[in-house]
Design a protein around this ligand. Structure first.
Ligand code: ZN
Length: 198
């Protein structure tokens, strides 16, 4: 289900919270209200929540704030914000085509969340821990198609935006469709599936 943690005790880093909130350009004051309500960030003199990029925040509280913000702005805006996420993100050096770009989403996702003070992905060992679900990657070798099952607590339209932006980084003509015959988090399940073609 959208916005519900898979596991307790998970934290998300300030950089991720900041980049998502920054995407809400015209809605910063409104978004700030919901963040501050959950104890995320400090209120600045302009009323906008100041997020410490070096801090870590409760994923549960972050998702609650995100849910409230999402209700106000609607699905179209969540998609637009998802599109902006990869603009500012730093990618691993092995990202060089659409396949590695889509694969890297799950790696970045785990690097930006931690439990017991330890990030869920360690780039030096390649070790990934569970607790937040995944951004799936399944390549169909016979055609230019990737199936990505997103089993994580973030909202459906937001993830579609992230995947679309990552796909278009390397294949301008790429298109991403939500597989409507599969479960959708909007209906209370834990995953959505997207088809990427180019
Ligand atoms: Zn969905």
């Amino acid at each position: 289900m959208q916005y519900r943690v898979f596991e307790n005790g998970i934290e998300v880093n300030g950089t991720t919270v900041f980049s998502i909130v920054d995407g809400f350009r015209n809605f910063k004051i409104m978004a700030s209200k919901y963040l501050l309500e959950q104890g995320i960030g400090e209120k600045g003199s302009d009323g906008v929540a100041v997020i410490n990029k070096d801090a870590w925040y409760s994923q549960e509280k972050w998702l609650k704030a995100f849910e409230n913000i999402g209700k106000e702005v609607g699905s179209g805006t969540l998609f637009q914000i998802g599109l902006k996420i990869p603009e500012n993100a730093i990618f691993p050096p092995w990202v060089k085509d659409i396949d590695t770009a889509i694969k890297s989403i799950d790696v970045a996702y785990h690097m930006n969340h931690r439990k017991n003070n330890i990030p869920l992905f360690d780039p030096s060992t390649g070790n990934m821990k569970e607790g937040i679900g995944h951004y799936g990657f399944e390549r169909l070798s016979s055609k230019n198609m990737i199936i990505s099952e997103c089993n994580n607590p973030y909202p459906c339209d937001f993830d579609k935006g992230i995947i679309t932006a990552m796909a278009k980084k390397f294949e301008l003509k790429a298109s991403v469709t939500h597989l409507d015959s599969a479960p959708c988090r909007k209906n209370g399940t834990n995953s959505c599936t997207y088809i990427i073609t180019w």
